[in-house]
Structure formats: C-alpha cells, structure tokens
Design a protein around this ligand. Structure first.
Ligand code: ADP
Ligand code: G3P
Length: 575
C-alpha cells in the first residue's frame, strides 16, 4: 500500500514544489491565466487565478477519434476547433461575478503532439482529417524512407531530428497526406496548403484564420515533427529534403513562452496567446521538473516518461527520443529531455474491457488483479501498434504467453498492469545507459500522474519491478498548470512557486519496492523473453510500394551516398 508522506518528502531542492499553502477563501481576483488543453480524447479550458493558481472556471468536452481502417486513427480538425471554442466560451460564461475578459491576462495552448493537420490558407478549410499521433498507416512510407537511408537505418537522421524514423512523427504523416490525397497535392501546387500540429491549427484559427491568423508553432511541438533541427531549432533543409516537404507550408517556430498575438474573436477577444507547448512537455513544467535529472511519467492510454537533461541535448544510443523540454522565452535557454513513449498502457486495460469483456470498468482492474498473488507466469506484451521506445519495432504485435489451464482473468489483468511497468523499466534502463546518471536517488524524483496512476497496485508493481520508490503527487495531470506557468511568464507573472493544490491534496503517496532483487531480475528476464517473441509478427511486405515519384528517383542513389548527396544538393541549391 502507498505510504502517505504528508508533503514532507524531499522535493529535489525545489522547496515550493510541495509546500502546502493557505487556500484563499476570498472571492477570486484577476489577473487570470487561461489554459487551453487539447488532448487526444479531451479538450479542456481552465482559468486560473494568477495569485493562487486556483481554478476559477473550467469546461471540458470530448473529441471523437475515427478509425476508418485497422491502424488508422483520425480526428476532424473542425471538431477539434469547435471543441476548443466551446470550452473557452463555456468557461468564460462560468466566471464568478465581477470577473470578465478584461481580467484574463493571457492564454496558453497545450496539445496532443505529432497529430498532423493540413488546411487551405484561403478557405481556412481542412484538406483532410487530422492523422492522429498513434495512427500507423504510414508504415509503408517509413519503409520507403528507410530504403533510402544508409544501411536502412532508422536512426540515420537522429543527429539532426533527435528521433528515429517511425510512423509516430508528423513528417511521415504529412508525407502520406501529400502522396495520397489529391486535395493536398492540388493545394500544394497552388501554394495554398498549410501544415501544422494541433497547436498551429488552433492558434491560426484563434488569431484570425484566413483573415491573417498566425501560422506558428513552438519548439516543443516542432521537435516532434522530425523536420526541425534539434540543435538550431529551425526547420532543417536536409530533413525537409529527405521527406520532400516544401518549407513554405510549415509554420514559423517560436519559443514556448512569448506573446505571439491576440485572440481575434469570441469571448476572449483581444486576450494575448503567450504560450504553446506539447502536452507532455507542459506536464513536465507543471510537475516543476526544472532541474536536470528530474523526471515524470504520465500514465494514460499511452505512457510518457520525460527526463530533464538540462541544456544538453543527449543523443540517445538506446532508443529514446531527444526532445525539446521547454524554452520559456525567445532568449531563454533551451532545455532538453530524453523521452520514452509507450504506445499502449491504459489502453490495454480498455482493450480488456471493450474487446474481451473481462472488466466492466477500468477501475475494476485493481481489484481483479489483486485476487491473485502473481500473474502465474503469464506475460502480456500489448504491442497492438508495434512497440515504441526504446524498441521502435513496428513489426511487433501483441502476445499473451505462459497460459495454462489454471490461468484466470485475474492473472491476465495483472499481467496487463505489469506490462506497463516492464515497458517503463525498458525506458528507464535505456535512460540509465544514455545518461549514466540515473540512480535510485535521482529516481526518487520520478513523479507519476495520469488517470491510470490512481491504480495503487499498478504503482506498487512499478516500484517492485523497477526497484525504486514511485511518488504520486496527484493523479491529475499537470499539463494545464504547465502551460499556465509558461503563459504567465511571458506576461511577467510568476506562477512557478505557487502550489496549485489545496493542502489535503498536496500530500503524496510513496510506493516502495517490496520484492527481492533476485525476484525482480528473474521476472524482468522473463519479460524480455516475452518481448522477443512479439517481434517480427507483422512483417513488412518484401517490396514496399514507392508511393511518390521522388522515391523512385532517390531509390537509384546508393543508400551510403544518400546523405552525402543530399548535403551536396542542398549546398548547391543554397549557392
Ligand atoms: N484505475 C485504473 N486502473 C487501470 N487502468 C485504468 C484505470 N483508470 C483508467 N485506466 C486506463 O487508463 C487510461 C487513462 O484514461 P484517460 O486519461 O481517461 O485516457 P486518455 O489517455 O484516452 O485520455 C484508459 O485507457 C483506461 O483504460
Ligand atoms: O493527448 P494525450 O494525453 O493522449 O497525449 C498524446 C501525446 O502528446 C502524443 O505524443
């Protein structure tokens, strides 16, 4: 069971991070900061009182995902925008008496990352549904790109992008749209096509759309496109060439915290937008992981673990992503993170519920898994869409192994929880190898949040299977807080040292390891055996189709010459 630490635990030298503060019972006062949080499933707008970070008004709505084919995940960009506008209008309508738009000092936007939108700059209409981050239709596009890289190496572009070639990232999704959607091809030919991640789409529309909206993104979102140079923080000519993407359709890259422009219409008319960040980076800020070596893990449908590496961009040699954590101002230092993303975490529990009918509600997972003392040697690798970090195997598929006639649903549910823990351990092992810095002591800074983190058994298993303490400050994610901090900073409103939680909630739970190192080692070894068996199930076809003319052209270049020749072409074109 978790051990409540009553706010007394170490907080990594950040004394304010968990300090209980007196909660004001006074009527809320301006200035207020607005946080628009556009997640994959939920859109939410909250208004915070800047002096206390009290949430004074909020509205939230769901955004539907469409799954037209296996592995395809889409959202309607118009629906994303409508949801954002509804949330802002409803939250403004709920402001306590005496508060109004004049009290809102700034709005920040945080969003699901990688999800790719293309639209017509003249009509303002989307040219296709957004391809959502976990859509894997671009598998063949990946094969085509890999076929042209030295040694078919998915890491060949890592030095520049910080990322492996994978269906996860926007460049692949944009390439697919350009190859397969005539409306996109036509709009590009007519120079009317704009590309953006969800932040760009929202900010362009909120600041005026086709009547002069700002076409911008921030460094955190741009770092997930695979088109930005992670060192220069600019679109990289070689990466653009590798994916054959015209520069003019891309947004301008800005810092995560600065006044970009004002909201053009609606109840927040005239309020400046002053922060943009991808949601996992905003979460890192909201968790106040400002020091090198601090890390957070968010357990939702997927699981996202970010480890602050300070101003050093650590290039992972073990399958992690190098990403921009934040740059809180045009002249502020760029802070980087290593990230491990797990595609399927809580989603496996949803699958047990929806597809196998083993649960009525995800919350039942804890009770059912607790009915058995172990998984009975059952291992579940939920590689439904391949494996993300640190393996990056799109050919992996889910497996359940070690079944016997004695296996019960308790064993399977418990194995599903353990799968999240083992995948997290895989990431932590990779981080340890990349940084050589992670120790039990620094990992006392692993802060966990997310809906799935309300499962006590999951966090106990996490502590057991990793061998360090897991600290749950609160299950509520901190992305909205993080973007409020960034938006406030651009307006010289310092929110960093304000604790947003009432004292009763600011207590945290600590889960400490309760199994022997031998047991831990034996179980992890078995997990790795299971993982190996999941690989290579969805083999790519022998000759990946080349979906655009450019691939035919470049396929004739020997892979080893590809990068060199691209450089040469690039240099020549710049002369
Ligand atoms: N108590 C729980 N135990 C295990 N899994 C849970 C629990 N509560 C939620 N989940 C799972 O975690 C995920 C988190 O949900 P949520 O944050 O609401 O989802 P999303 O990432 O889709 O927005 C869901 O996929 C759900 O199946
Ligand atoms: O909206 P979420 O919480 O599922 O987050 C999605 C991530 O940003 C994808 O990288």
């Amino acid at each position: 069971m978790p051990m409540p630490c009553n706010g007394k635990r170490s907080n990594g030298g950040d004394p304010a991070a968990n300090m209980p503060v007196a909660i004001s019972t006074a009527l809320p006062r301006g200035p207020l900061i607005g946080a628009l949080e556009e997640g994959t499933r939920t859109c939410r707008f909250a208004l915070y009182e800047a002096s206390t970070l009290r949430e004074v008004a909020v509205h939230c709505t769901q955004v539907e995902s469409l799954r037209p084919e296996e592995g395809w995940v889409e959202q309607d960009p118009a629906e994303i925008l409508r949801a954002a506008q509804e949330c802002m209008s409803e939250a403004m309508a709920r402001l306590p008496p005496g508060l109004g738009v004049r009290d809102v000092a700034a709005v920040g936007v945080t969003n699901q990352r990688e999800t790719t939108v293309v639209w017509d700059r003249v009509t303002g209409q989307p040219l296709h549904h957004a391809l959502v981050w976990n859509d894997i239709r671009t598998s063949k596009t990946v094969d085509s790109v890999l076929a042209r890289l030295p040694g078919n190496d998915k890491d060949a572009l890592r030095d520049r992008a910080g990322l492996p070639v994978s269906p996860y990232f926007s460049a692949l999704k944009l390439r697919w749209l350009m190859d397969n959607v005539p409306a996109v091809q036509k709009a590009i030919a007519e120079k009317r096509c704009l590309f953006g991640t969800v932040d760009s789409w929202l900010v362009w529309n909120l600041t005026g759309g086709s009547r002069g909206g700002l076409h911008i993104t921030d460094v955190t979102n741009a770092s997930r496109t695979m088109l930005m140079n992670i060192h220069t923080l600019q679109w990289d000519p070689l990466l653009l060439k590798a994916f054959d993407i015209p520069r003019e359709m891309l947004p301008e890259i800005r810092s995560s915290s600065e006044v970009y422009g004002d909201i053009a219409d609606g109840p927040l008319h005239g309020v400046p937008i002053s922060a943009i960040m991808g949601n996992q980076q905003a979460n890192l800020v909201g968790e106040r992981c400002f020091k090198e070596g601090q890390a957070k893990s968010t357990y939702r449908s997927g699981c996202f673990l970010l480890y602050n590496t300070g101003t050093a961009c650590v290039h992972s040699k073990h399958g992690l992503l190098s990403t921009v954590a934040y740059k809180l101002g045009p002249d502020a230092p760029t802070v980087y993170a290593l990230e491990g993303s797990v595609a399927v975490a809580g989603h496996a529990i949803k699958w047990l519920k929806d597809n196998l009918n083993l649960l009525k509600d995800p919350a039942e997972a804890e009770r059912i898994a607790s009915e058995v003392a172990s998984t009975g040697d059952v291992y579940f690798v939920p590689a439904f869409t391949g494996l993300y970090a640190p393996h990056w195997r799109k050919d992996a598929r889910g497996i359940l192994c070690g079944l016997t006639q004695f296996t019960t649903k308790g064993h399977i549910v418990r194995a599903s929880l353990e799968a999240v823990c083992y995948q997290t351990r895989d990431i932590l092992e990779a981080m340890a190898r990349d940084c050589g810095k992670i120790s039990t002591e620094t990992l006392s800074e692993l802060r966990v949040d997310g809906k799935m983190a309300e499962n006590n058994l999951l966090l106990q298993l996490q502590a057991d299977l990793c061998g360090f303490s897991v600290v749950r400050t609160d299950i509520h994610e901190k992305a909205a807080l993080g973007i409020a901090i960034a938006a406030g900073q651009a307006k010289d409103i310092d929110l960093v040292n304000i604790n947003a939680l009432p004292p009763s909630q600011s207590q945290c739970d600590v889960f400490t390891p309760s199994i022997t190192p031998e047991d831990r080692k034996a179980r992890y070894t078995k997990w790795k055996m299971a993982l190996t068996r999941s690989l290579g199930w969805a083999k790519p076809s022998k000759s990946p189709s080349m979906t655009d003319k450019r691939y035919h052209l470049l396929a004739s270049i020997p892979p080893s010459l590809f990068l060199i020749s691209s450089f040469a072409m690039m240099l020549a074109s710049e002369m």
